[in-house]
Design a protein around this ligand. Structure first.
Ligand code: ADP
Length: 174
């Protein structure tokens, strides 16, 4: 039975089959979640990203690719690229929902039964947290109800207590 859980914490230490990275289209590494994952997971993650970039040119916004998790406790990292917030009229909500859907599709294809997400797009990419939380919760719930046996747990990992509260509100509202 699949379930959505919310925790406060650091995505890099989650003991799940796959963690999700808030990556950029070029898969070249950056700050925030991306920097933390590459620092903690070691060079193998960037080496795998380099191979994906060479083969397919990166990862378009709204899609997802899978690499090794290097030294992290997870078995794999699913890299997804959230939209940069440009006011909400540029398809941001649909692109953000696509990140969650495509990441879960990649997890299902890889046989990863537990998946941990950070709050995609709400850091450097500037997506307002309450709107992003509503999109994330709805997209995850839709995916879980479409395929209830695919996952044991989908976990949202929020970096601060304030972010956790916003996501908790979103689960109560939807
Ligand atoms: P984006 O570029 O998609 O906006 P960021 O990495 O800048 O992604 O931030 C996404 C969210 O992840 C932010 O809310 C940020 O506070 C949070 N965050 C940053 N580091 C971590 C971490 N180690 N674990 C979990 N969440 C994190």
């Amino acid at each position: 039975m699949s379930r959505l859980t919310l925790v406060r914490g650091d995505i890099t230490v989650q003991r799940v089959d796959a963690i999700v990275n808030a990556a950029n289209e070029a898969l070249i590494g950056g700050g925030g979640v991306d920097g933390a994952i590459h620092r903690a997971g070691g060079a193998a993650i960037m080496a795998a990203s380099d191979r994906i970039r060479a083969a397919q040119g990166g990862c378009p916004t709204g899609s997802a690719v899978v690499t090794t998790a290097g030294c992290l406790p997870a078995k794999a990292v699913i890299h997804t690229v959230g939209p940069v917030w440009r006011g909400g009229g540029r398809g941001e909500a649909e692109l953000l929902a696509s990140c969650y859907r495509q990441s879960l599709r990649a997890a299902r294809e890889g046989g990863f039964r537990s998946v941990a997400f950070p709050s995609i797009s709400t850091g450097i990419y500037g997506y307002p947290l309450p709107q992003a939380a509503a999109v994330a919760v709805a997209a995850i719930r839709d995916a879980l109800s479409a395929d209830p046996d695919a996952f044991d747990e989908v976990r949202m990992v929020l970096f601060s207590a304030a972010d956790l509260e916003v996501y908790r509100d979103a689960t109560l509202r939807c």
